[in-house]
Design a protein around this ligand. Structure first.
Ligand SMILES: [Zn+2]
Ligand SMILES: [Zn+2]
Ligand SMILES: [Zn+2]
Length: 757
């Protein structure tokens, strides 16, 4: 309940109920001591939960008697700074309605002040140095409040009472506009209008946001968007659009009630929604149906977009896959050659947090990327555990950490792809940060089974006890945490690109029965050959080539051209496939998407992860009900040490797709039949394991069409079925699952259970 004006609320309530006592933030949560008439105490107790301010979540109230201290007043005590942290670290919150009103109110002392905030809004997680949350332990400590601010901060009836980052133009942070060399070209009152003017003229402005820099350019200016793509070397990955208000967002995308609620929520995520064609240049979303939209995050963004009177494309302020820049001096060097100017300020960002990305799937919020507003995400389902402290490291791409400090379990924000050295350094810092923020060093490290992941090597070198967890087991366990299903056995459908299997092969089209630490692989996809190993991911054309080779289909030159495979390369690939050299085998459904996209779209090269699946989903005709057939067949063991499990056999489907292409069937119909084929296969597999709840896990379930079709089909067959929610279903949620499995194994060891794998 921290950082949302809860202590001030308690103070007001106590005064209204004529009670003396005190309220304090402690490591156990909020502690309230009350003295007074019994009826007044009872009234207080009722209203404490009933009238709590909207962002506060009262998880539990424990009442105990204590000796009378003889107090005559009610006071807010300074925060108690001892011991391990049991209270939640509050997330950053977007500008609230009351502060927005003041921002645009001439004569208000905060009129057009870009750092206005109150107990219902403003920075939290991104500025906290240490817990408990208090101004003296944030990056606001260097700003001394003026008399007026101090009065608000100490007046129980004021909505800025204990608003920790409270500030005004007289005492708080200030904005400035810098040129490419970091020289100041405009300050305070002029900086935002000058930046808006440059945006209007098509320039790229780097803005210091809440959790890091963003690169903005005008969304309706095709040349500006193309220039941003070129300079950021981001040729085709979709870009998010920040609209000045909800009405503007509604002109860009089809928004339902869920999407509208998300856009205006305090979490302020980027919301994926179907774009309305013709409103923005194609360079923004390229060939995808969905567009990511969001509303201004901070008063600074609010003022900038109001001045511009238009939408901007907003992408993270980083180079390639490196972490987002948080310091304005670093920005001048790190974003050189991309940004034309820098809109900066002097409130330090203590902790990097990317913008969150969410999508409404199967009627609920599914977080695609966990960041600002949602992180750190509490994992209450794991908090009954009473064993050692655990840090789990997640996967390799989209790495994120999860932590159990003995009191609370949380999932941290997206860190990034651990291929680059700067991201690895950021990952190192994030592990230290977790330990210091939650005041506890981990005793056990949870990680993936993949021997080559940076996180696995990190775990091995940590000198602590390591518990490695199979990739898809972790995905399914994360879904169990999400839906509080840890005590039940579930059938997990775990589909993604690639994860290391217990038999040393690459998995990713899995049906797993999971209960606690125990996993049983019940079915999988017939493995696909990947010529050249995992590098084939960037060349879907080569995967399609390999599948055609498997079904014995001769590759004539039109077909080779379609797959983007040159004649010379074709002979090399054929030789590799015939001899079985440099071939990795993967049962990843994501790889099947790659191959089908290469055949149908076509898509010879993929420039970002998930491109094939996103584009196939985008073209699929939702009115098509027919499906290709993926029969379930049992073969012998396909790899040494592997147990023979029934396999979804895609070979007939590939032949059928080729036939459909030859008779010029529309790609929209073929793509839909392919989605439906996966649904049919999953329903058949689920029938073999009746009575178990079915959970969806893995990156493939970011695909709304696939997820909703499969959920509908399973429910029609009377199955209980749970789809992705707040824990990312992709690799960003792996750490939460690793934490759950590590706890289950430690429990099994302790209680002598047979669960350990
Ligand atoms: Zn506010
Ligand atoms: Zn002030
Ligand atoms: Zn995965």
């Amino acid at each position: 309940v921290q950082g949302v004006g809860f202590r001030p609320f308690v103070h007001r309530l106590a005064v209204q109920c004529r009670l003396a006592g005190r309220v304090a933030n402690t490591t156990d949560g909020v502690v309230i001591e009350l003295e007074g008439d019994e009826n007044d105490v009872a009234r207080f107790r009722r209203r404490l939960t009933a009238d709590a301010p909207p962002p506060a979540l009262v998880a539990a109230v424990n009442v105990e008697s204590a000796p009378i201290a003889g107090r005559t007043k009610f006071a807010i005590d300074a925060s108690d700074a001892e011991g391990g942290v049991g209270i939640r670290v509050p997330p950053d919150l977007a500008l609230c309605a009351a502060c927005r009103r003041e921002l645009f109110e001439p004569g208000n002392r905060r009129h057009r002040y870009p750092f206005t905030n109150c107990t219902a809004c403003g920075p939290r997680f991104s500025i906290i140095e240490r817990m408990p949350y208090d101004r003296s332990r944030t990056t606001m400590t260097t700003f001394t409040q003026c008399q007026e601010c101090e009065l608000e901060y100490t007046s129980p009836s004021d909505r800025r009472f204990h608003a920790e980052p409270n500030a005004c133009p007289a005492c708080g942070p200030a904005v400035a506009l810098w040129d490419r060399n970091g020289d100041r070209i405009a300050g305070r009152a002029d900086a935002i209008p000058a930046a808006a003017d440059l945006l209007r003229r098509g320039f790229i402005v780097a803005v210091k946001g809440l959790g890091g820099f963003q690169l903005l350019t005008r969304a309706d200016d095709e040349a500006a968007v193309e220039r941003l793509r070129r300079l950021k070397q981001r040729p085709s990955k979709p870009l998010a659009v920040m609209a000045p208000d909800l009405a503007a967002a509604e002109r860009l995308a089809e928004l339902g009630p869920n999407e509208r609620r998300l856009l205006t929520s305090a979490e302020n995520p980027i919301v994926l929604a179907r774009r309305i064609t013709g409103r923005l240049p194609d360079a923004v979303a390229l060939s995808l149906n969905d567009i990511g939209v969001f509303l201004p995050t901070t008063p600074l963004h609010e003022l900038l977009l109001a001045e511009l009177r238009g939408s901007v494309v907003a992408t993270s302020g980083n180079r390639g896959d490196e972490p987002i820049v948080t310091d304005e001096h670093d920005a001048v060097t790190d974003l050189a050659g991309i940004a034309d100017v820098f809109l900066v300020h002097d409130r330090p960002i203590r902790r990097r947090v990317d913008d969150s990305v969410v999508s409404v799937i199967d009627g609920q919020v599914a977080i695609i990327r966990l960041g600002r507003g949602y992180s750190p995400l509490p994992l209450p389902a794991l908090e009954e555990f009473d064993g050692p402290t655990i840090l789990s490291l997640g996967g390799h791409q989209k790495a994120a950490l999860a932590f159990w400090n003995g009191r609370q379990a949380v999932l941290g924000p997206h860190v990034g792809d651990l291929d680059s050295q700067p991201t690895r350094a950021a990952f190192d810092r994030a592990t230290d940060d977790f330990a210091s923020l939650y005041r506890c060093a981990p005793e056990v490290i949870g990680c993936d089974l993949h021997p080559d992941y940076f996180t696995t090597r990190w775990a091995e070198q940590s000198g602590r006890r390591v518990i490695s967890v199979q990739h898809h087991h972790a995905h399914v366990a994360a879904a169990q945490v999400e839906h509080s299903l840890l005590k039940r056995e579930v059938l997990g459908i775990a589909w993604d690109g690639t994860g290391f299997g217990t038999d040393g092969t690459l998995w990713g089209g899995e049906f797993l029965r999971v209960k606690g630490a125990r996993i049983r692989r019940m079915a999988s996809l017939l493995p696909l050959p990947l010529p050249g190993g995992e590098a084939a991911i960037r060349h879907p054309g080569r995967i399609a080539f390999a599948l055609l080779h498997v079904i014995g289909r001769p590759l004539d030159s039109p077909l080779l051209e379609r797959l983007g495979v040159a004649q010379r390369q074709a002979s090399i690939l054929s030789a590799m496939l015939q001899r079985g050299v440099q071939i990795a085998w993967s049962s990843g459904v994501g790889r099947l998407f790659d191959a089908i996209a290469a055949l149908v779209l076509p898509l010879a090269e993929a420039t970002f992860e998930g491109e094939a699946a996103m584009r196939l989903e985008a073209i699929a005709d939702p009115n098509v009900g027919e499906a290709y057939d993926i029969p379930l067949r049992t073969f012998g063991a396909l790899a040494a040490g592997e147990s023979a499990v029934p396999r979804g056999d895609w070979r007939l489907m590939i032949a059928a797709i080729l036939a459909d292409l030859e008779r010029d069937m529309s790609p929209a119909v073929i793509a839909a039949r392919f989605h439906n084929a996966l649904v049919g296969w999953a329903v058949k597999c689920a029938e073999l394991h009746p009575n178990l709840p079915v959970v969806f896990a893995g990156g493939c379930f970011q695909n709304r069409l696939l997820t909703e079709r499969l959920a509908t089909a399973l429910r029609a067959a009377g199955r209980e079925c749970l789809t992705p929610g707040l824990i990312p279903t992709g690799d960003g949620g792996l750490a939460a699952g690793q934490l759950a499995v590590a706890m289950a194994r430690l429990d099994a060891e302790r209680w002598g259970g047979k669960g350990a794998q």
